[in-house]
Design a protein around this ligand. Structure first.
Ligand SMILES: Cc1cc2nc3c(=O)[nH]c(=O)nc-3n(C[C@H](O)[C@H](O)[C@H](O)COP(=O)(O)O)c2cc1C
Ligand code: SF4
Ligand code: SF4
Ligand code: FES
Length: 593
């Protein structure tokens, strides 16, 4: 076998050919002969190297150098420089493809980035990048110019409410902790983000960890704490790593530890890994977990502000709540309060998922309408289908129908409509969604995550799930709707913690707004969205079927019969409703009924 020191691969895909790849290839070969290199460099044709957009393209191995946009005239210089002198010719290099950030694209119209302002812009592992963006300036201001009471008043005046779910006024919470008797006092950051599909907090922790640390240090100064904990979901290893690096750097720069910035105030932070259960995000369960006990909620009062970690006054806030603080201190309470509604100020991050064109993370001023979020920021419904519902607030949130599209997104409106703000999950559903199936899906999650400590949640969610499973399986009975309504009410009113209290929301809201779908399942044995397998049948339209046999050959259970060029027929007794025939038929002859 012949040995070559270099291999030069020229893309000969149609696009590159159209731009002169063959001419470049011939010129390359001729030039290698001319410069006496043809025995050392092998020229080969290959398919697609880059995207062909910048063709003709050339890849040189073993060094893996990618050239693009070459012309015949470029070749003598390229051969001399690269293959003779061993120098990479920078001006011919293919442009490095721009990395697409699928979580956080460029801000869309109507987005305002406060919490996410640095994400994707600064190096989260370099504290100097954060400092260059006015990082730790708010801390310096607080320590040199403000008393703890002034800090608390500024946060109260901003109108900031907790971003972890319940929306309790943050400044008020700080005041309660400051006034509570007992020492030491603790500051906790709740970074246990467990809602399926939610990653707002992860992105801040991974992209701008110092904004959270700075918010926590300011909180500690305001309430008089000397130790803080970040309880971070263990499934976020990068966030844990980034936080630990940030903490070390903040210590090295004198923002954490003894005598911060020479002010006499001392405070330090430790990261604790979450225990893996959704309920550990609930504040009392979280504190039990930090203490090394089983992460189970306990009754409140006493609230953590009075009796928290190791029975001491404790301030617990969400990641996003803390990340807002430095900006409030720097830009002032009135700037923050100028965004939002009467009672819900500032911005909120949301993770939009589901049947929307642009999924991912967004940050919008509160008070924006659901329609603006879904259509202006999210780009509208995928494939231009009709909007059916939006589920806000994670697994304990409700599903809102089209008549709420013009509702302003704020804590009170969402709660009044039967949903919640939650931590910012937003799942958009199109016309093909079965709302009974959606309620079943969320109930499966909360039922699974119930810690089992209290009976209404442990047993009640199981009963609801059983009924929903039966309805979706075509075995709904008269009276099911009424039993579901009764269970929802009782579980909401008697459960110990927010998980049980919120778990009925997806069921109660779909019963309220999409009752006819439940009725169709139960009384007509029909799934209007054609999702629930037990309630649908697949049929082949005789006048459309060409008898191509593709469906019969792909059916996994041989439920389809018919000779070639004859109409095919599905035997419903054998059919397992997998939908494969519908996917493979090239003539759209298979339909669901
Ligand atoms: C089941 C359950 C899970 C929760 N998970 C979280 C969570 O992952 N992150 C969070 O900040 N708050 C979560 N919360 C809310 C917390 O109990 C608490 O209200 C919040 O951390 C307070 O911070 P905030 O005032 O900044 O919102 C959860 C509550 C419940 C009932
Ligand atoms: S409501 Fe559910 S999760 Fe909360 S304590 Fe009761 S059983 Fe546990
Ligand atoms: S739905 Fe599945 S099982 Fe039923 S006929 Fe089509 S391919 Fe066969
Ligand atoms: S086999 Fe009947 S249309 Fe495909």
């Amino acid at each position: 076998m012949k040995y070559y020191r270099s291999h030069a691969l020229v893309c000969v895909d149609p696009e590159c050919l159209a731009k002169g790849a063959h001419e470049v290839l011939d010129a390359l070969q001729d030039e290698l002969v001319a410069q006496g290199l043809i025995e050392e460099v092998q020229v080969l044709e290959t398919s697609r190297i880059g995207g062909c957009a910048n063709g003709p393209e050339l890849m040189v191995y073993p060094e893996g150098v990618h050239y693009a946009g070459l012309t015949v005239d470029d070749i003598p210089y390229l051969v001399e420089e690269h293959f003779l002198k061993g120098r990479i010719v920078k001006k011919f290099l293919a442009p490095i493809p721009k990395r697409v950030d699928e979580e956080l694209g460029p801000p869309q119209a109507k987005e305002v980035r406060v919490v996410l302002r640095n994400c994707g812009k600064i190096d989260p592992e370099n504290i100097e990048d954060y400092i260059a963006e006015d990082g730790y300036l708010a801390l310096a201001k607080v320590l040199t110019e403000m008393t703890p009471e002034q800090v608390i008043n500024e946060v109260i005046n901003s109108g900031l409410r907790g971003r972890g779910g319940a929306g309790f006024p943050t400044g008020k919470k700080w005041q309660l902790v400051r006034q509570a008797p007992g020492n030491p006092k603790y500051v906790i950051c709740n970074a246990d983000e467990g809602d399926p599909g939610a990653f707002m907090n992860r992105r801040v922790l991974e992209g701008d960890p110092h904004s959270v640390l700075e918010g926590m240090i300011i909180a500690a100064y305001a309430i008089g704490a000397s130790q803080g904990y970040i309880y971070c979901r263990a499934e976020y290893p990068l966030a844990v790593r980034t936080l630990n690096i940030a903490i070390q750097q903040a210590r090295a720069f004198g923002f954490l530890g003894e005598n911060i910035l020479g002010s006499g105030f001392s405070f330090d932070i430790e990261v604790r890994m979450g225990a893996g259960a959704f309920v550990c995000g609930e504040e009392t369960a979280l504190m039990a977990s930090i203490e090394g006990r089983r992460g189970e909620p306990r009754p409140r009062p006493p609230f953590p502000a009075v009796k928290g970690l190791w029975d001491k006054p404790t301030n617990i806030n969400n990641v996003e709540t803390y990340a807002n603080i430095p900006q409030i201190i720097l830009r002032g309470a009135s700037w923050f309060a100028s965004m939002g509604t009467e009672r819900s100020k500032g911005t909120k991050t949301f993770a939009i998922a589901g049947d929307v064109k642009r999924t991912g993370l967004i940050e919008v001023p509160l008070g924006i309408t659901l329609r603006e979020v879904i259509y202006d920021v999210g780009g509208g419904i995928k494939d231009d289908k009709a909007f059916k519902a939006v589920q806000t607030g994670g697994p304990m949130g409700g599903c809102l129908p089209a008549e709420y599209l013009d509702m302003e997104v704020d804590y009170e409106s969402l709660t009044a409509a039967g949903s919640i703000m939650g931590s910012g999950g937003m799942i958009v559903m199109d016309e093909d969604t079965c709302m009974v199936d959606i309620a079943r899906f969320f109930m499966e999650f909360t039922q699974d995550e119930s810690c089992g400590k209290c009976v209404p949640c442990r047993v009640g969610t199981r009963r609801i799930l059983e009924i929903l499973e039966r309805i979706c399986a075509g075995q709904g009975r008269h009276g099911d709707i009424e039993v579901l309504e009764m269970l929802c009410e009782q579980i909401k009113n008697t459960s110990l913690c927010g998980l049980g209290q919120g778990a009925p929301n997806p069921v109660a809201s779909t019963l309220k707004y999409f009752r006819s779908e439940y009725e169709a399942h139960i009384y007509e044995k029909r799934c209007p969205a054609k999702v629930c397998r037990a309630l649908i049948t697949y049929e082949i339209l005789p006048n459309v079927c060409t008898g191509c046999t593709v469906c019969a050959r792909n059916c996994p259970v041989e439920a389809i019969t018919g000779a070639r060029r004859q109409t095919h027929v599905i035997n419903p007794d054998i059919c397992i409703r997998c939908g494969i025939c519908m996917q493979v038929c090239n003539f759209n002859a298979v339909v669901v009924r």
